[in-house]
Each structure stands twice: as C-alpha cells, then as structure tokens.
Ligand binder design. Structure first.
Ligand code: FAD
Ligand code: NA7
Length: 539
C-alpha cells in the first residue's frame, strides 16, 4: 500500500505483547500495510518478558491461553501442565515472532515517549532516542497490567539488601537460602509466595488485605489430554467466543439460592477439587458476582477451607477475608498450606494491626517496633492498570490525553477515544473483562476491519463523542450491577493512591461485547466517523 501524506509508515504499533504481535501480523500480512512496531523492552513478550519472578504463570488454563487464529500453530504447539509457566509463554511468543517472521518490523529497546496528531491525517511518534517517525495509523498495544506500581513506602531507598518489583524482576537474583520479605498478596504475590517458600531460608509475608484463593488444580497434563483438545478446537474456539469470561468452560446459569444448602456445598466442593478461580466464581452458579447472598455463600465456603487448612488459629484468622469475594478471582496450588511451614511468617500490615512504619537499611520496621531483617525485599504491589501507560506518554490528539481523560478514562468499545483519530487501543479502558488473549484477538480483528474501512473511506477514522458517551454509560450501568464495583481493586483503578475509583472495564462478557462490535459493523461502522469520506479521490 502507498502511505498517505508522505508518511514513514502506514501504521506504527507500540508494544510487543500478545496484542501488538497479532496486530502486526494482521495489518502487515492481511492488509498489506507498511507497519513498524516499537517495544521498549529488550525482548518481545510484554507481560511475559517483564514478569520473571519465581512462580509467574497464567491462571487461564493452558489450552485457552494462546492465539487461535492459525490452525497450524494450534496443531503444533504442545503444553505439559494444566497452566503455562512464564518461561513457556515467553517461548511461545518468541516462536510467534519467528513463525510469522515479525522480527523484521520490530524495533526493540525503543520507548515511545510522545505522539501528536495532525489534522492533515497523520501521527508523529517520538521515541526516547530523540527520533520522530510519522504514520497514518497508530495502534497502542501498551498493556493493561504493564505500568509498574512502585509504592510510596517510607525508607525504600535506605534498604541495603536487594529491592525488586515482581513486574521488573531481574535475571540475576537467586533467592535460595535467603531471608526474603514480600509486600503484596494479590495474584502476583500469592504466586511468588507459593513458589519461593520451599527454597528460601525465611519468607516474611507483609499482608495488607487477605485474599480469597481457590486451588488451581495445576499439575501435569494427563495422557492424551493435549491431543483431545487439539481434536476439538473446532468446537472449543466458538464456545470461548460465545461465552462470558472466555475461560474455556460453560458458565453456570443456576442461581446460588435456588438450590439446597447441601447442593451448594456439593457444587463448591466439586469446583474446589477441579480448580481454577474463574471456574469457582462463574462455573458454579450464575450470580456470585452480582448477588450478595450468593457471593457470601461462596466466600463462606473458602473461609471454612482456610480454617481447616491453616494450623495456627491466629494465622488462619489473619488470612481470612471478611469482605465480599469480588476482586479478580485467584487460584494457586496450596496457597493457604504455605502458612503451615515453619519458615513462613505472616505479618498483617493493616492499619489496625502492625502497619509498616518504614523500610530500614536492614529490613522492614513495623509499628510494633519489630525490625524484620531481610536480604531481599520483593514488591508485588501491582500496576497502574489499564490507562497507566497512556498517562505516561506526552500524547496529544485534539487535546492532551490527561485533559481528555479527566477525571476518568473513557473510550468507545475500548478501542478508540474521541478526539484521537486513527489511534486504536488494544485492551484500552472499558474493553471486555475476560481471558485477555481471547479479548485481544477479538479487538485486533475489529481494529483490522476498522483500518480496512478507513483505507477506503478517506484514511481518517474517529470514534464519535456520542458513541463514546453511550458506551461509558453502558459500562457504568453494568459495573454498578456487580459487587466488583464495591471492592477496592485495580479493576476500578482503586489500588493507586490518588487515582479516582472509575469504571475501567466492560463487564458484560465477551459474547455481548462481540455483539456490540458486530452491530457496529452491520450498520456501516456505527459510532465511528470518517470525516474525509466525501473527499475521497479528490486528493
Ligand atoms: P503486554 O503484554 O503488557 O505488552 C505491552 C507491551 O508494551 C510491553 O512489552 C511494554 O514494554 C510495551 N510498552 C508499553 N508502553 C510502551 C512505550 N511507551 N513504548 C514502547 N513500548 C511500550 N491475563 C489472562 O487473561 N490470563 C492470565 O492468566 C493472566 N495472567 C497474568 C499474570 C501476570 C503476572 C500478569 C502481570 C498479567 C497476567 N494477565 C493474564 C494479563 C496479561 O497482561 C495479558 O494476558 C496479556 O499478556 C496482555 O498482553 P498485551 O499485549 O495487551 O500487553
Ligand atoms: P494487585 O492485584 O493489585 O495486588 C497488589 C498487592 O499489593 C495487594 O495485596 C495490595 O494490597 C498490595 N499493595 C499495594 N500497594 C501497597 C502498599 N503501598 N503497601 C502495602 N501493600 C500494598 O496486583 P498483582 O500484581 O498481584 O495482580 C495484578 C493482576 O496481574 C492480576 O489480577 C493478574 O491478572 C495479573 P491491597 O489488596 O490493596 O490492600
């Protein structure tokens, strides 16, 4: 294709994770565009390049945490365990690059620092090395859990041991035989805790909020299991796209309180034995995320398990959440069991317990005057989720992104935001809350259609403000129907001090999300404007 307005590229993509790599393939090999991808890391893989901490893995089961767009790739790539570990996911994404020859259009070690839209129809994209390139379209595949949250804990700089964040985990750190402390017990913290406890001399867990974690059911795949999946892709893949959370199981349609207490117990126990957090939350009954009584029944079952599992009653009590079960559901192999080990200590740093006073040269000082001596301090304090990486950019559409997204980030279907023409977001604000790879594929495929439409309709496309406002309202309405909205977590940006609690996801499920996209397509890309359309051919 010939680039418009004498630009360097038809499309620039930012980010080489699942989203950016697939988008590169689509725009280059399916639309035949001249595409260039910038990645700030020294390798591809995104999340799976950066998060190299012990225990890092997906909690989407192995068969469903992969691309589905290429039949040969689906047939060729095997897996050994129920969940894929970080090194294997990274190897898979590196193989994606090799297999589709993507490397020749990827520039690593190159951070994009700013972007400016020009109303003559192109973006100027500035990189940290001081260079600027121009492009008709830009796809921001910046990642939704990618902007590291470094907490403002006093004294972090004084620590003389090794201080690391799980999301920027170094290659050269060996924790074996060391005294390790960890702050944060989210999905990441729990994975690190389970993996590190058996190898370190002592593990001190600084817990602000206790977590609900159900068993993962991880382990080696059974004989013939992988081949069984491979024989059934034809039915599995459509099922995922027709489901709500896209985790490869059929969501329950049974209300929790419509069955007897014994039946509830049986269903929760069956899910506990099967494993997987999303299955426990969405495969057991249909209303755990929306009905308080149902949610409490599921939470009470987990609390009972904690009490049965953890031998020291005081530790069990500190590990037991009393809040609703309404954060991203977690699963681990033997999480609560870890606290029965003699080399693991749980320190509750809740305000009314023994909060951290400061980090010292030797370790962590808590409000009871104890200094917990450490060789390594690990921060598993999460991310400035979804819009975090956007706000770091000097990003100008018709106005600056921070002004446009004040007080909260918005979008039309998670893909475009009004006033930022030709900028397409993958997993942008108010995209679907699902198994992310499945969500990414759907969005990338839609973005490809939008670009294709723009190519024949004047090379400029933009979400309309009306469509964006309506989508924002839809996301808000759905979110308010759920219990998730009442909990403080990254799903609502509530984990970052000073960040406003706002809706960051479309919680209506993948099937309904796809229906919205399809409706737009059927109505000639409804919700998007092509301002140059009437002048096509006159240039
Ligand atoms: P990312 O993989 O985050 O890639 C974004 C890339 O953009 C990064 O490489 C980053 O360096 C680059 N980048 C950002 N800004 C710039 C810039 N300005 N210039 C240049 N490059 C830039 N999801 C699930 O569905 N299931 C799971 O089990 C699951 N497990 C997870 C476990 C962990 C520990 C984490 C952190 C996340 C997990 N996720 C999971 C979410 C995961 O992020 C997504 O599944 C998926 O990997 C996101 O891919 P992406 O391409 O959208 O973003
Ligand atoms: P999360 O889920 O945001 O968890 C972060 C954890 O760190 C959580 O336990 C927080 O406690 C804790 N935290 C955050 N800031 C602080 C400070 N300042 N002091 C003490 N403790 C703190 O991030 P994850 O990386 O675990 O997971 C994010 C997603 O990535 C996950 O859902 C997967 O999809 C992959 P809090 O609960 O806020 O009290």
């Amino acid at each position: 294709a010939t680039a418009a307005h004498n630009v360097d590229y038809d499309a620039v993509i930012i980010g080489a994770g699942f989203a950016g790599l697939y988008q590169l393939y689509k725009l280059r090999d399916r639309l035949g565009l001249n595409v260039h991808l910038f990645e700030k890391g020294s390798g591809v893989g995104g999340t799976w390049f950066w998060n190299k901490y012990p225990g890092a893995m997906s909690d989407t089961e192995s068969p469903f945490y992969r691309y589905s767009f290429d039949d040969d790739f689906l047939a060729d790539w095997d897996w050994q365990r129920k969940y894929i570990d970080q090194p294997d996911i990274l190897a898979y994404l590196e193989e994606t690059v090799r297999r589709f020859d993507l490397g020749r259009n990827i520039k690593l070690n190159t951070e994009v620092t700013g972007m400016v839209w020009s109303d003559d129809g192109h973006w100027s994209v500035r990189t940290a090395d001081g260079r600027t390139v121009t492009s008709t379209y830009v796809v921001t595949a910046l990642g939704l859990l990618s902007a590291t949250n470094w907490p403002a804990i006093p004294g972090l700089g004084d620590f003389k041991g090794r201080l690391v964040h799980t999301a920027e985990y170094p290659d050269d750190l060996d924790i074996a035989g060391k005294r390790v402390g960890i702050i944060g017990t989210g999905s990441t913290g729990c994975q690190f805790i389970v993996a590190s406890a058996p190898v370190v001399e002592k593990l001190t867990v600084f817990q602000r909020s206790p977590q609900y974690s159900v068993p993962s059911g991880n382990g080696p795949v059974e004989e013939g299991e992988v081949d069984g999946y491979k024989a059934r892709w034809g039915e599995i893949l459509p099922q995922i796209r027709e489901s709500a959370v896209a985790f490869g199981f059929k969501e329950s349609t049974v209300p929790t309180m419509s069955v007897s207490a014994e039946e509830r117990e049986r269903v929760f126990q069956q899910a506990w034995d099967r494993g997987n957090g999303f299955y426990y939350m969405f495969g057991t009954f249909c209303d755990l995320a929306t009905d308080s009584e149902a949610n409490e029944a599921a939470a009470a079952f987990i609390r009972k398990k904690i009490k049965e599992t953890v031998k020291d009653p005081a530790t069990a009590e500190r590990l037991t959440p009393l809040t609703p079960y309404a954060k991203r559901p977690l699963c681990n192999h033997e999480y609560y069991e870890v606290y029965n080990r003699s080399n693991v200590e749980l320190v509750s740093i809740r305000e009314d317990d023994t909060p951290i006073e400061r980090v010292t040269a030797r370790g962590v000082l808590t409000s009871d005057g104890r200094e917990h001596a450490l060789d390594v301090l690990v921060l598993a304090t999460g991310f400035d989720a979804v819009d975090g990486n956007y706000r770091k950019l000097d990003l100008w559409g018709r106005q600056h992104i921070n002004k446009h997204w004040d007080p909260a980030p918005t979008s039309y279907m998670g893909i475009m935001t009004a006033g930022f023409p030709n900028m397409f977001m993958v997993v942008g604000p108010n995209g679907p809350f699902v198994n992310i790879v499945a969500g990414i594929e759907v969005q990338v495929e839609f973005i490809t259609r939008l670009v294709q439409a723009a190519e024949v309709r004047g090379k400029i496309v933009e979400a309309t403000k009306e469509a964006e406002d309506a989508w924002t309202e839809t996301c808000k309405t759905i979110a308010e129907m759920t219990l998730f909205a009442k909990e403080q977590s990254w799903i609502f940006g509530a984990n970052i001090p000073g960040k406003r609690h706002s809706v960051l996801f479309y919680l209506g499920g993948l099937k309904n999300y796809r229906d919205c996209l399809e409706t737009s397509v059927r109505n000639g890309m409804q919700g998007f404007a092509f301002p140059n359309e009437t002048t096509v051919g006159s240039k």
